[in-house]
Design a protein around this ligand. Structure first.
Ligand code: MCA
Length: 500
């Protein structure tokens, strides 16, 4: 299991740095093992049992990482939550998950107090100063690992993904899923113990947590953590020759490329630079080669699966393609109506199977059943084709989804928030192409008769209910929306009208 690999790295190289916060604290593998175990005993003392959901809404900090590993060590289900969720959104996740414990930032204590009191399953909310020494809090607990060895089919984490027709669903990721994914990436990307990962991603998503951080810890490598992404700092660190691996979303790579402003900056010492979470634009792929002397490795994953497809470490990294199935992953292109496999070069739905594919959605047997074909393949909802030599290319989405800065935003969620505004009679949310962000959220609003809503106020209304990244960047007022004969908004027509 993934946790066993970390434990063996701790035994093999206890003094080596596991995690180094740039400009801050560094911890060795021995300290990681010891404090994780103390945290696990702390959780046990709080009454956490296997299967309990332990929610964590913290910034990128060491306590987050200890709580993550410790929750998994005691067989609990780790539930990471975006620190940007306002109380209303957080309430939904905590209530839906039936979280037993919440760890949140001390600065949120007063704003969350009322919301927390309305959650019967939540036994305790613990507010943490992310900058304080975590060891002070857990130092009195045993440093011996809690011996509750995880079984492969036991849920390790629950990650919420939004739906096109429903509220967000908790995807259940098992210990077996995590292990399959990390072993596959270890071999495909050649992770090495002497790698140094420069980590600038958020750690509440699959990308930053499961692909990047787990990757480094599983390899016995060192993860250099930045609290957030800053193009100047990242480019300096990449040039410093200290790091060998960097993983980003296209918006990050765009900002690095823009910052280089045509200068030739040699990053060819980097062993691996990956791009994912959204499509990598062709001009960025070639611009990177020209400016930095490196070829980005584009790959494709999902919250429900972790990583599925990847361009090769050695061999052709094909522009516009997300590569081939990773070891242990099966991928096929099918007719989405019949689930029948299609020939090469024909566009259909990408479907995936393998030991890395999640166990289902929390408390949603119907949605789980809909997610899989009769013969057990996961329907990704992404459209793509496969070339004669096995490279997959994504061609669009069957689902109504916006990807902005690598974050998935489901228009129905934003529309639901907009519809609670007193002046909104009807609305539709679409993604418009944007060079930096990939897509930007644009809301088209039909005001109620006599109402004269203000665009800024509409955005503020959304931010009270949803994380800021989901709020519209542009609001357009219209007399009506283009609809088909059944009254359904024609989003493709709308995009044609409002995107420029
Ligand atoms: C920040 N803002 C955003 C986003 N991020 N708006 C839309 N989309 C976003 N992704 C808002 C902020 O709230 C702020 O609004 C304004 O944009 C400008 O913020 P800025 O400081 O420029 O942004 P940032 O803090 O630098 O963040 C940009 C970012 C970040 C670094 C690209 O979004 C990021 O870390 N993205 C990575 C997401 C990721 O890890 N995705 C993986 C999902 P205001 O100022 O008005 O408040 S997992 C996944 O997709 C699968 C499994 C996979 O394959 O990886």
């Amino acid at each position: 299991m993934f946790l066993d690999a970390i434990a063996s790295n701790c035994r093999a190289n206890p003094q080596k740095n596991a995690i180094q916060f740039i400009g801050g604290e560094a911890i060795s593998y021995a300290q990681l093992a010891e404090t994780t175990s103390r945290t696990a005993h702390f959780l046990r003392a709080l009454g956490v049992e296997p299967g309990d959901r332990v929610a964590v809404q913290l910034p990128k900090c060491l306590p987050f990482i200890y709580l993550h590993l410790a929750a998994m060590q005691v067989g609990a289900v780790f539930l990471p939550l975006n620190p940007g969720y306002p109380p209303a959104e957080l309430h939904y996740f905590l209530a839906d998950a039936g979280a037993r414990l919440l760890f949140a930032d001390v600065t949120k204590q007063s704003s969350l107090a009322e919301m927390i009191s309305s959650l019967p399953a939540l036994q305790e909310a613990i507010f943490i100063d992310a900058d304080a020494h975590w060891t002070d809090r857990v130092g009195s607990y045993s440093a011996k690992p809690v011996s509750l060895p995880a079984k492969p089919d036991q849920t390790a984490m629950m990650l919420y993904t939004s739906g096109t027709t429903s509220r967000p669903k908790g995807a259940l990721i098992t210990h077996g899923n995590l292990t399959a994914n990390i072993k596959s990436l270890h071999s495909a990307w050649g992770w090495r113990a002497d790698d140094v990962l420069l980590h600038a991603l958020p750690i509440f998503h699959v990308h930053g947590l499961v692909v990047a951080l787990h990757g480094a810890l599983h390899a016995g490598a060192t993860a250099d953590l930045l609290p957030g992404f800053d193009a100047v700092a990242v480019l300096d660190l990449l040039q410093s020759r200290r790091c060998s691996v960097f993983m980003g979303v296209p918006t990050m790579h765009r900002r690095l490329y823009t910052h280089a402003a045509g200068r030739r900056i040699d990053l060819s010492h980097m062993r691996l630079l990956t791009s994912g979470s959204d499509r990598l634009p062709d001009d960025l792929f070639s611009g990177y080669q020209r400016s930095f002397g490196v070829t980005l490795l584009e790959r494709y994953g999902m919250t429900e699966t972790g990583m599925n497809l990847s361009n090769p470490l050695h061999g052709e990294r094909r522009v516009g393609s997300v590569g081939m199935p990773l070891p242990g992953v099966q991928a096929r292109i099918v007719d989405p109506g019949t689930d029948t496999p299609l020939p090469n070069d024909v566009v259909g739905e990408v479907q995936i199977s393998g030991a890395h594919v999640f166990a289902g959605y929390w408390n949603q047997p119907e949605k789980t059943a809909q997610a899989f074909t009769e013969d057990g393949w996961l329907r990704t909802g992404d459209l793509g084709s496969r070339s004669h030599d096995g490279y997959f290319t994504l061609k669009g989405r069957a689902k109504d989804l916006i990807i902005s800065g690598g974050m998935n935003i489901y228009p129905p969620e934003v529309e639901l928030a907009l519809m609670t505004h007193a002046d909104v009679a009807a609305c539709a949310v679409v993604g418009c192409p944007d060079a930096e962000w990939g897509e930007l959220v644009v809301a088209v609003i039909v005001p109620k008769p006599g109402a004269a809503p203000d665009a800024d106020e509409i955005c503020a209304h959304c931010r009270d209910r949803l994380a800021a990244y989901k709020a519209p960047r542009r609001v357009i007022f219209a007399a009506d929306l283009p609809r088909n004969a059944l009254g359904k908004v024609q989003k493709a027509v709308l995009r044609g009208e409002v995107c420029y």
